[in-house]
Design a protein around this ligand. Structure first.
Ligand code: FAD
Length: 239
């Protein structure tokens, strides 16, 4: 029987962050299990060296060694659960992370979706040389026009959704007219290994800006729970 009880989120200073600064999109730390010591014990059990002793300097060195040498399995004996409210276009990227990540999401088949979608404060331009990337507006984008087009598309889509429902169309079909900016909500559970992998790919220059903000929020919430691991990971280059 596992005698490690999930820690309470009350143990952490900040447990809710708003990556998109709109008061809707959020990452909440729901629960966690394990600590840096568990990682050390998982590594040391191979030669009978696990113990209840407090984390010591040699344990911190071991964590660095494990990360540098990609000994990943000791980082899998813990859980960090986030409740993530994000636009569908962000979630589509998060859900690509298959290993060591569990997810459950609200279903637009069961419930009528809430009329809430994300609107950027600032529109960006397509990067000239990188087909995936965006760059900040250099003053040549008509921000007002972009806002108006976005708002019109959003209003039209939600109106169509409610009109279809009013006609008696099923929720699972009516939702097809809703935008990628629609907010969805999920529980995501990572272990430390899968979270570090996720952060290395999604808190990265090459990742979509909005997804990066979510990754940064998740990293910020997880870092105080596994301070030695995150410090070592930052030091060795977050690979
Ligand atoms: C900047 C960026 C741009 C991207 N652009 C695109 C795109 O244009 N189109 C697109 O489809 N995706 C794109 N992706 C998604 C990307 O291809 C990965 O699916 C995603 O980043 C998840 O990474 P992962 O497979 O390493 O993670 P996980 O699925 O969590 O896998 C973790 C690790 O497990 C191993 N693994 C998992 N599954 C397998 C398997 N089947 N066989 C062998 N080893 C496995 C690999 O070592 C892998 O790194 C992009 C990702 C990023 C970060």
């Amino acid at each position: 029987m596992n005698d490690i009880a999930p820690a309470s989120v009350a143990d952490t200073a900040a447990s809710l962050l708003y990556p998109l600064s709109d008061g809707i999109g959020s990452v909440a730390l729901v629960q966690y299990v394990g600590d840096d010591k568990m990682i050390v014990n998982a590594a040391r059990v191979s030669f009978g060296g696990d113990s209840d002793a407090p984390l010591a300097a040699r344990d911190e060195k071991l964590i660095s060694y494990l990360l540098k040498n990609r000994h990943g399995s000791p980082f899998e004996h813990n859980l960090i659960t986030f409740k993530v409210i994000c636009p569908i276009f962000v979630d589509r990227q998060m859900v690509r992370h298959r290993v060591g990540v569990s997810k459950n999401e609200v279903s637009g088949r069961y419930v009528e979706v809430q009329e809430r979608d994300y609107t950027p404060n600032e529109f960006r331009k397509q990067a000239p040389s990188n087909r995936q990337a965006s760059v900040a507006d250099d003053g040549t984008l008509d921000q007002g026009a972009a806002q108006a087009i976005w708002a019109h598309a959003s209003e039209t889509a939600f109106r169509a959704y409610y009109e279809l429902l009013a006609l008696g169309v099923t929720r699972e079909q009516a939702r097809g007219v809703l935008p990628l900016s629609l907010y969805t909500e999920s529980y995501y559970t990572f272990n430390v290994r899968s979270l570090l992998h996720f952060l290395s790919l999604r808190d990265h220059d090459g990742a979509q800006y909005e997804t990066r903000l979510y990754a940064q929020a998740m990293g910020e919430l997880a870092r105080p729970l596994f301070p030695v691991t995150f410090a070592a990971w930052a030091e060795i280059g977050e690979h």
